[in-house]
Design a protein around this ligand. Structure first.
Ligand code: ZN
Length: 194
């Protein structure tokens, strides 16, 4: 009495008597699995447009997820690779950062909320490199925009590098002067200095 007769699935009668495990159960475990597969297959066949959109959405999500993960790796490096030179020290949104309790899933969700769907040929793109891979600083861009931006990013990188070298230079000068202040040279030996 607590059993059912399995209905089988599309083109495959079963008729096995199995123990009832759910209130609206009509099939044995194996047939239920096949029946679900059939239903999914039929849905895709009967709803080609919606199926296409579903696939597109899934691919887009995957793309954004992978982009977030890749940028994380560019910026922070991996166990085997150092950060990329032009990405090193770039800010990365904390709530997307798995190292700070965030996740790439959150990045995927929020980025899609913020910038919507992408057109063919576009890819995810950082607007201002100095602001970093953060919310509000990403957009979809085509190749032309991307290469223009790469040039700008290169400039930002070089400006940062120049500042860094200037700082180091100033520090060295300070060190140099400091050493002289500690042990002032007698006037006569000043001629050896260049
Ligand atoms: Zn069955």
């Amino acid at each position: 009495m607590n059993t059912i007769i399995c209905l089988g699935y599309e083109g495959q009668p079963c008729g096995r008597e199995v123990k009832r495990t759910g209130p609206s159960q009509k099939r044995c475990f194996q047939c239920a699995k096949e029946h679900d597969k059939d239903r999914a297959r039929n849905w895709y066949k009967n709803n080609p447009e919606r199926a296409k959109k579903k696939m597109h959405d899934r691919n887009l999500k995957c793309y954004v997820y992978v982009s977030a993960r890749d940028h994380y790796r560019y910026i922070f490096g991996t166990k085997t690779n150092p950060p990329l030179r032009t990405y090193k020290d770039m800010p990365f949104e904390d709530t997307w950062n798995p190292n700070k309790g965030g996740s790439f899933r959150t990045a995927e969700k929020e980025i899609l909320e913020d910038i919507g769907t992408k057109l063919p040929g576009q890819s995810l793109h950082i607007i201002h490199h100095e602001k970093g891979f953060v919310r509000g600083n990403l957009k979809w861009a085509d190749l032309k925009e991307q290469s223009e931006n790469r040039t700008l990013n290169r400039i930002v990188f070089l400006q940062r590098r120049i500042k860094q070298l200037e700082r180091e230079n100033a520090e060295l000068k300070g060190l140099h002067n400091g050493l002289h202040a500690l042990s002032p040279m007698p006037k006569s030996s000043n001629t050896t200095e260049a």
